[in-house]
Design a binder for this molecule. Structure first.
Ligand code: MIG
Length: 666
């Protein structure tokens, strides 16, 4: 049962698809305090708080304070309060069991036992918000209801479940050709190569640098003939440059955000001085979406939207102030004591993502001016919505790959997300795992993290262990930052080990795609904490490094360096499946309880539930190669069966009953 409670004058976020009538009377479970702009709830010691989608720390969010404030946060350290998203949905499971969604576009905090271990406090920046309270007979049931409320998750084309290779640093067509050649030559499957900002003409959205990529359309086709799709990045900000059509049209039509005097607001990002399309204004959004046509027309079928928190390196007027102050310092004796030096450092440090700058520009929604910070969390969402809505108009029958860095609930209907600028830390491999169920709760199904880690130098074993998790996530992409150690599989010694793991991904594709579609069509989660399926098993309530994948599998990746294996808790009798580097599959039945499982670097281990069946394909060098019809299977138990979803992976008639069939062990 879902109930909506409303406070003040609510801004329409379109996070919820059809808004139920508001309740009269007091909100249950939590105490609303209009003066403190907060809701509080007293937690019992073993209550669990699930949710908050993309954020730092664990599956159980207790013990920290989180902020819903889309931020270009490239550190992902434990002490951060927010990442790129605002996913305001939690489920409390303990003395009471309820879901709570705060539909609110501004900055919110979730103090989940930070100030006081036993108190949950949600505080908004003002008192104009909708709160949904959801009751149900299990956590899974509550989440399913919530997903029904917010609408069906984005469905990616099936080829987007293939292996993707990326690096901020593939600068020319030849760089890309080399990546493809190295994969094909070694027999390592590949479906996508990502283009980072350097493909553009001086970081101008929707342009292609014709020296680095001459005859782009031909190049796209050349790659496509080898079954590789190019996926270009699109940045949120538009370069200020007369004669650049996107800038000119945006200015002429008043499509950019403005300052308080109504002049276009200038901030700087990659291209230097830039403008921010008013993504909340429908006309501007439609116009921005139409710009993607320039690349669609050249054969492009997928995009990643970046910097859409939006990230601002500096705002024009603040830069002027800072430069002036530094000029004054220059005229002085240039002898900086501690205070003067930290003042100097802060001057420059305060330029980037300054909260004050987000109060300096305005959106125009239905003729009304709205200051950006009040609706901050809707920006990335609406940039991706601009693209998603445009694809519906431009290529209505075809699925386009689309995922974003910033997001807010509601955006899950238009695209997926990647988990942003993680680092090559072992801790971030574990964080990747923990984030999966939290994201699924909020409707984000097409997701994955940068395999191998984006920032910092990686190591061969980290990349390999990361692939052993990554091959289970819908978005599988190795991506890294310019200047860091290169991390394509062919940079390392044990190429055969990488090959075995990536090839396994292609054997698992029928299963992974089918589970993805079930989760999307039924509002289910693809990845679940063990406790969701075993609510009465005390052990399961604290396990955060193993997950159920669909109804069939449990995954328990190794996430520590030099580990030769790990402890795994089996909440039920299961069959361990070991996929070895020579392509063999070892099967072993294990009883409920604790087990030490040896996992050599290039092995992948997972666990099959009793009564279930895992379908496997023969594999292939690209998704187009994979036979999704003639399958083999591993089963566990008498009458093991699998409900299999299979469609063409390209068009959008998802609902046809003939897409479903029951697979049974022979
Ligand atoms: O400020 O386009 O998260 O994936 O490689 C960095 C360059 C901008 C951030 C993205 C990252 C991408 C990078 N971008």
């Amino acid at each position: 049962m879902i109930k909506r409670y409303t406070y003040g004058k609510v801004f329409k976020t379109d996070s919820v698809q059809s808004i139920p009538a508001a309740q009269i009377g007091e909100i249950p479970y939590v105490k609303a305090d209009a003066e403190k702009l907060s809701f509080t709830y007293h937690m019992e010691p073993d209550d669990i708080v699930y949710g908050l989608g993309e954020n730092v720390r664990g599956i159980n969010k207790r013990g920290w304070i989180y902020e819903s404030k889309c931020s270009d946060e490239s550190k992902h350290l434990e002490d951060r309060r927010s990442l790129y998203a605002a996913h305001n949905f939690i489920v409390v499971d303990g003395r009471d069991r309820f879901g709570l969604f705060v539909d609110y576009p501004g900055i919110l905090t979730f103090d989940v036992g930070y100030t006081d271990l036993s108190v949950l406090t949600i505080t908004a920046s003002d008192w104009n918000l909708d709160v949904y309270v959801i009751e149900g007979n299990s956590v899974i049931d509550i989440i399913r209801q919530f997903r029904g409320l917010i609408g069906r998750s984005y469905i990616a084309p099936r080829w987007a479940f293939g292996n993707g290779q990326s690096r901020w640093g593939y600068v020319t067509a030849d760089d890309v050709r080399e990546v493809v050649k190295k994969h094909r030559k070694a027999g390592v499957p590949l479906d996508m190569v990502y283009l980072d900002i350097d493909y553009m003409e001086r970081f101008k959205d929707f342009t292609v640098n014709s020296e680095r990529f001459p005859d782009f359309a031909d190049f796209v086709k050349e790659m496509k003939d080898q079954h590789v799709r190019l996926i270009p990045i699109i940045d949120a900000a538009v370069k200020e440059e007369k004669g650049y059509s996107v800038y000119d049209e945006g200015i002429t039509n008043g499509y950019f955000c403005t300052d308080k005097d109504g002049k276009p607001f200038v901030g700087a990002v990659w291209p230097g001085r830039s403008l921010f399309t008013d993504m909340l204004n429908k006309d501007a959004r439609d116009w921005f979406g139409d710009q993607y046509k320039a690349l669609l027309d050249q054969g492009i079928e997928g995009f990643w939207n970046d910097m859409n928190e939006p990230s601002i390196f500096y705002a024009d007027d603040r830069l002027a102030d800072v430069l002036e102050e530094i000029a004054k310092m220059r005229e002085g004796d240039q002898n900086l004591d501690l205070d003067a030096f930290s003042h100097f450092e802060n001057l420059v440090g305060s330029l980037s993502a300054n909260p004050e700058d987000y109060k300096k520009f305005y959106h125009t929604v239905n003729g009304e001016k709205i200051r950006h910070d009040k609706v901050h969390n809707l920006y990335g969402y609406n940039m991706t919505r601009a693209a998603g809505e445009a694809f519906e108009r431009l290529v209505p029958d075809k699925r386009v790959l689309l995922f974003s860095r910033a997001s807010c609930i509601g955006m899950h209907r238009y695209g997926g997300i990647w988990q942003g600028d993680n680092k090559s830390y072992w801790a971030h491999l574990l964080m990747n795992l923990k984030m999966l169920p939290s994201l699924n709760m909020c409707g984000f199904l097409y997701t994955g993290a940068d395999v191998g880690g984006f920032g910092s130098d990686t190591t061969e074993d980290l990349v390999m262990r990361w692939y052993a998790l990554g091959i289970f996530t819908p978005l599988l992409r190795n991506h890294s930052e310019m200047g860091t150690r290169r991390q394509e599989f062919y940079q390392f010694n044990d190429r055969e080990g990488f090959k075995a793991i990536i090839k396994l991904r292609y054997r698992l594709l029928p299963y992974l795609y089918s589970e993805y579609m079930k989760a999307a069509l039924r509002g289910d989660m693809m990845f679940r904490p063990l406790a969701f399926d075993h609510p009465n098993d005390e052990r399961c309530r604290t396990i955060e490094d193993q997950l159920y994948l669909g109804s069939e599998l449990m995954i328990a990746p190794v996430y520590e360096q030099n580990a030769q294996g790990r402890m795994v808790y089996l909440p039920e009798r299961m069959k361990m499946l070991r996929f070895t580097r020579n392509g063999d599959i070892e099967e072993k039945i294990l009883e409920k309880g604790d087990h030490y499982i040896k996992v050599p670097l290039s092995d992948v281990v997972c666990f099959l539930r009793e009564g279930h069946l895992l379908p496997l394909a023969k594999g292939g060098q690209c998704v187009d190669d994979v036979d999704f019809v003639n399958l083999s299977a591993i089963s566990f138990g008498e009458n093991a069966a699998y409900e299999y979803y299979h469609d063409d992976g390209v068009t959008k008639n998802y609902e046809e009953p003939e897409h479903w069939c029951l697979l049974q062990a022979k």
